[in-house]
Design a protein around this ligand. Structure first.
Ligand code: ZN
Length: 296
């Protein structure tokens, strides 16, 4: 059973990461396919898996998407700004042609599951995974289960208090909210504020990092208070290529101000951490989704 080949697909808005591997988290092979029009993209993805002999497929999809198997729109992409993908039956476009059991969740829930199964959150039952890149997304495990609720958490869009030093202007980088975390710290907001520059180019600028880390810290406080996680893990380009995580960690402790006095929060350096699986947390989580689909 352990050596049955499994498929893992990180279905992102800019690229599809197709991989094969095993239930122990070993990734055997992986390849990126650019995300273009839905039919063309999924034809290429299906062709990649075909003939490889996978026993099941785990999919971590960009959202919003319906992750409740009881929903009539299960596996469909919902109201995305990527209009060509709106209402596209992503899961159906894979499960039909490949004819294997499929597990399906959001890309960030998959990454959270990867860290909780194979990484630094192994053995924990309450975990938040936050990715900061072109957008901000959160995967959440509560009581050992991936959190879905009526849709799935969209904790990247929580509102934060504007820093009076912020020069971004009235509108943030989020088309929906002027004061949400994603709008203020993800790629589009960073570019808007700093003349097209990326966060990684600003990694050595203490003022820029202080501003971004302040917003992130506000969000980390909210997640700590609302989800009561045992660990918060950060991923994505902005987290991976700047010092924002250690800076936000300090600010988060300051903002909590001793109110949450648990051993986890008191050891803030191990409470708020960078991802531990070399960027493979998403794909490895998809392998676990595939393993679970096979067992179901
Ligand atoms: Zn927003």
């Amino acid at each position: 059973m352990d050596r049955q080949l499994l498929g893992a697909l990180e279905a992102g808005g800019t690229k599809m990461v197709c991989a094969t591997g095993y239930a122990d988290g070993t990734v055997l092979e992986s390849e990126e396919i650019p995300t273009t029009a839905p039919e063309e993209t999924m034809r290429a993805v299906v062709a990649w898996y075909r003939g490889k002999g996978i026993a099941a497929l785990g999919v971590g999809a960009f959202g919003p998407t319906a992750v409740d198997p009881a929903s009539p729109r299960y596996g469909h992409i919902l109201e995305t700004p990527k209009t060509a993908w709106r209402h596209f039956d992503l899961l159906g476009s894979l499960a039909g042609p490949l004819g294997v059991p499929c597990g399906y969740d959001t890309d960030v829930n998959a990454a959270c599951l990867g860290e909780a199964t194979f990484g630094c959150a192994r053995g924990l039952s309450d975990v938040v995974y936050l990715t900061i890149g072109t957008g901000v997304g959160a995967g959440v495990i509560v009581g050992g289960k991936l959190l879905h609720g009526m849709l799935h958490p969209e904790a990247g869009h929580i509102l934060v208090t504007r820093d009076p030093r912020d020069t971004i202007g009235e509108h943030s980088g989020c088309p929906y909210h002027d004061n949400c975390l994603e709008g203020l710290i993800a790629g589009p907001g960073v570019k808007k504020r700093w003349g097209g520059r990326r966060a990684s180019e600003l990694a050595g600028d203490p003022e820029a990092m202080d501003l971004l880390a302040g917003y992130l810290a506000q969000a980390l406080v909210t997640y700590t208070l609302c989800y009561s996680p045992e660990k918060i893990i950060l991923g994505g380009g902005v987290s991976d290529h700047t010092p924002i995580v250690p800076l936000a960690r300090e600010k988060c402790a300051e903002l909590l101000n001793g109110y949450i006095a648990t051993p986890e929060v008191e050891d803030i350096d191990t409470y708020i951490v960078n991802n531990s699986l070399d960027g493979k947390q998403g794909v490895m989580g998809c392998l676990e989704l595939a393993r679970r689909a096979l067992e179901a």
